[in-house]
Structures are given as C-alpha cells and as structure tokens.
Design a protein around this ligand. Structure first.
Ligand code: 5GP
Ligand code: ZN
Length: 116
C-alpha cells in the first residue's frame, strides 16, 4: 500500500483524527480504535514502512525506539507492575490488517499464552 492510501500516514498527517497519547520526531502513539484490552495503544513510526519485514539495518535504532516508547507509555499509564504485552503482526497471515508498521501495547487484563 502506498503512503497516499495509508490509514496511519493519514492519521499522522492529521487528515483523519486520532487519539494521540505521545508524539515525538520519529513516532506517534495513539489509542487503538477497537481496543482488545483496557489499555491498547499503537506505537507507529512517522516513516511509512509496510511491516517489520521491510525494515532494514538503517531502521535498527528506530525499531528500538518504538519498543522503548511503548514501554514508557505502559509505565506512564500505570501498567509496569502487572505487566503489558507488545505485539507486532507481520503479514496478513499473522493478523496484520494495516500495512504501516506498528507495535501494539496492551495491558490491564490477564494475558494468555500462546496468543491466538
Ligand atoms: P494490525 O491488525 O495491522 O496488527 O493492527 C491494526 C490495528 O489498527 C487494529 O488493532 C485496529 O483496531 C486499528 N485500527 C484500524 N483502524 C484504525 C483507526 O482508524 N484508528 C485507530 N486509532 N486504530 C485503527
Ligand atoms: Zn503509512
């Protein structure tokens, strides 16, 4: 999917509303529109990358940043002690439905393993 037709690029550009909980120069965090846990946010790089599979060595520090921001948001929202889950779905077969890389961060309920 091209950047022009990408839902998350449109939200980041302000063309579609989003409930942002964090923004910095390389990523944004917004609440998922269909939350699967009491806290369910998406950490999304500003740069359009279709998926984790498209990331290369030059994105290594960005990938680390996304995880650290997700951890900080979970902490800020009081979920450090009980724990939280970070998920990256890569490819339709793994459940990816928006083809702009994002890290889900979920917390506030018991989590099962293995995931479905
Ligand atoms: P994926 O299935 O690609 O791993 O995750 C995409 C996520 O984006 C889903 O959890 C879905 O609920 C969320 N989502 C889809 N459309 C929107 C939207 O317009 N706004 C927000 N905030 N989240 C969305
Ligand atoms: Zn995009």
């Amino acid at each position: 999917m091209s950047e022009e037709n990408c839902l998350f690029c449109k939200i980041i550009a302000g063309k579609i509303p989003g409930d942002f909980v964090h923004q910095d120069e390389s990523c944004v965090v917004l609440r998922d529109i269909n939350p699967q846990a009491p806290m369910h946010v998406l950490v999304i790089p500003r740069a359009h990358l279709e998926s984790l599979d498209e990331a290369s060595q030059k994105e290594e520090s960005l990938l680390g940043h996304l995880l650290r921001v997700g951890a900080r948001v979970a902490n800020d929202q009081g979920h450090a002690e009980e724990g939280y889950r970070t998920v990256i779905n890569t490819g339709a077969g793994a459940g990816q439905s928006v083809f702009h890389l994002h890290v889900h961060v979920l917390a506030g309920r018991g989590m099962h393993w293995p995931p479905g």
